[in-house]
Ligand binder design. Structure first.
Ligand SMILES: [Zn+2]
Length: 601
């Protein structure tokens, strides 16, 4: 679908931006602008501005910026084409199709119509005498008329030409029946029904338009058990989320969405009162699915079999989504152990058992960790440990978002540390000679590390240009702050960079505006001491590099102490390796100190 630039401009001009935005955000007038609480990040004092004259909104807190089309796209589940279409509708503009678009538009309209007619036909059959067996099967599965109607369930009779005759009588051509995936070619060039003697599950898109069907065999001898429509211009198997048209309302309310495998799982959960459910219909959950699910929930829950095959399917999902992970967005997993699938679980153990299972979610990072150590036989063999580390590193390397990758790396590092600490066999006796050999006088503790972190943050506030240096920025992003205040300031400082704030005084007042008083107190003490000229550095980057070096040494010394604290067989070698690193880094630091200009002020 293509819209001309002039048509889009016409739409932009037709609406007063503040009027559209005030449907979702409470705005108050301030000068020639409007001000409100930003819908894209959480805040207590408004920093979200709307300018009707310039026709854009801008948030000084998170940098969100755009026009009416972007606003509606970002605050609804609509894609670009749908935003334009709905705005055009509201404005009373008719969509301008060009010739080939018009042909395609009419063609898909005909497809949808044929599919809807077939759906009606299947439904009628279910309630007629030919549908008796299918109907009693549904009753046996505890699906009553309310849910049969909600999910538009139907029955395709065994007779090969009935549907074709019906559709012909409604003016649907043979060609269109084939294109809709309803018929297959027989011998003698004739066509006949794809679905015969099957229970029919109509599959809709998120708007509720029928796009295809799934047919379940009524006897266990017939293969395949489930038969789906073939791929058509409107039915793309890899994109389908069955039940989304029913789930979206509940999902928008609760902010949750659950993915199960099959039609029956989805329907059973609905009957059990869990409405925010979609089914992937047996296809592996891919990137497109996840991007689609993220419109409804930032952390969709994937609920599959807890057996080996199910876990491997989840592992594939995990690997698929690594490249698209972004801050705040992920997936959770539920591994069902009591029954094979949600349908069986509910049938055998009841609704409450299902609800309890849904409460025991496991995060993506935990799931990857657990699966990674599952098959590890002996954790103390260096080759095994190396293999595990390599494996985790490969997974993290797939993450494209730097911040998310950083925290994953850190998470696995901590996990590895805990894991190998626990798996040590016993405290070993290390003789005094060995201890002496690795002894190093260190006084590093948490507070001195924190002090250095504070100093480094203060330096970036005083000299924001430091963050234009890629390496310095990378170091700044990957510092592991134990203190929430520092973490918050770092986020704000990085934001300010996006907002092009490069002046220290402006940056400082920007930070003041977005923090509580006491959160920045520590900065003032540092400010006095951090002039790079007074300290004898040539540039502020030199000062940054010097203090980063000190910081890294402090971290190494802390790690060194941790290793010594819990002596294991490998401690001696780890500690002496750390010792070598520390000595090397200190030499480097000394050199830096010697090159300082000793200016007397
Ligand atoms: Zn914002």
């Amino acid at each position: 679908m293509y819209f001309s630039e002039s048509f889009i401009e016409k739409i932009r001009e037709r609406f007063r931006l503040s009027e559209i935005i005030s449907r979702k955000v409470k705005l108050s007038r301030k000068g020639n602008e409007y001000l409100g609480l930003c819908p894209f990040h959480s805040e207590k004092t408004p920093s979200f501005t709307v300018n009707d004259e310039k026709n854009f909104y801008h948030c000084f807190g998170c940098g969100a910026h755009g026009d009416v089309i972007k606003f509606i796209g970002d605050t609804s589940n609509l894609n670009f084409v749908e935003v334009i279409t709905s705005l055009a509708e509201e404005a009373g503009f008719s969509i301008e199709y060009n010739k080939s678009q018009l042909e395609y538009h009419n063609y898909t309209k005909d497809l949808y119509q044929a599919l809807q007619l077939a759906c009606n036909y299947f439904q009628n059959q279910l309630f007629s005498t030919v549908g008796k067996e299918a109907y009693s099967y549904l009753q046996h599965r505890n699906i009553n008329t309310t849910y049969i109607k909600k999910f538009l369930l139907g029955y395709a009779p065994g007779e090969s030409y009935k549907l074709k005759e019906f559709l012909l009588s409604q003016g649907i051509s043979n060609e269109l029946m084939i294109k809709a995936g309803l018929m297959v070619h027989g011998s003698n060039n004739d066509i006949y029904s794809r679905f015969r003697n099957r229970l029919i599950f109509p599959i809709s898109d998120y708007k509720g338009r029928i796009i295809g069907f799934g047919g379940r065999a009524l006897s266990n001898e017939v293969m395949p058990k489930y038969l789906n429509s073939s791929e058509t211009d409107v039915f793309k198997k890899s994109e389908i989320l069955y039940g989304l048209n029913f789930a979206k309302e509940a999902s928008n309310k609760s902010g949750k969405i659950i993915v199960v495998e099959g039609y029956m799982d989805c329907i059973s959960m609905n009957i059990a009162g869990i409405e925010e459910v979609v089914a992937s219909l047996g296809t592996a959950i891919n990137k497109e699915h996840i991007l689609n699910l993220w419109k409804y929930s930032k952390v969709p829950v994937i609920c599959l079999d807890g057996d080996r095959a199910g876990r491997q399917a989840m592992l594939r999902v995990a690997e698929n989504i690594m490249p698209i992970l972004k801050p705040g967005y992920s997936v959770d997993f539920v591994l069902l152990t009591m029954g094979k699938d949600p349908d069986e679980l509910i049938k055998n153990y009841g609704k409450d058992a299902m609800l309890r299972s849904l409460e025991s979610t496991i995060t993506l990072s935990d799931f990857i960790w657990q699966e990674s150590i599952r098959e590890l036989s002996s954790a103390l063999i260096p080759e095994q440990r190396a293999l595990l580390e390599k494996h985790l590193e490969n997974i993290v390397n797939k993450i494209r978002d730097n911040t998310v990758a950083h925290y994953y790396r850190q998470y696995f590092k901590n996990k590895l540390w805990e894991y190998f600490k626990k798996s040590k066999i016993k405290q070993v006796d290390i003789n005094q000679e060995q201890i002496n050999r690795i002894k190093l006088n260190t006084v590093q503790d948490i507070s001195s590390i924190q002090l250095l972190q504070q100093l480094l943050v203060a330096i970036t506030v005083k000299y924001p240009e430091i963050l234009s240096n890629d390496q310095a920025k990378e170091e700044f992003i990957s510092m592991d702050f134990g203190d929430e205040k520092l973490d918050k300031l770092r986020t704000l400082i990085l934001n300010s960079k996006e907002l092009n704030i490069i002046d220290s005084t402006i940056l400082h007042s920007y930070l003041e505006k977005n923090t509580y008083n006491d959160e920045m107190n520590f900065l003032y003490g540092h400010y006095k001491t951090i002039s790079y000229i007074v300290n004898g550095f040539n540039t502020c980057i030199d000062m940054w590099n010097y203090n980063i070096k000190k910081y890294h040494i402090a971290l190494l010394e802390q790690e060194y102490q941790d290793v010594l604290r819990c002596m294991t067989e490998s401690s001696v070698s780890i500690a002496s390796a750390l010792k070598a690193q520390i000595i090397y880094a200190k030499k480097h630091l000394n050199k830096m100190e010697q090159s300082l200009q000793h200016n007397d002020y």
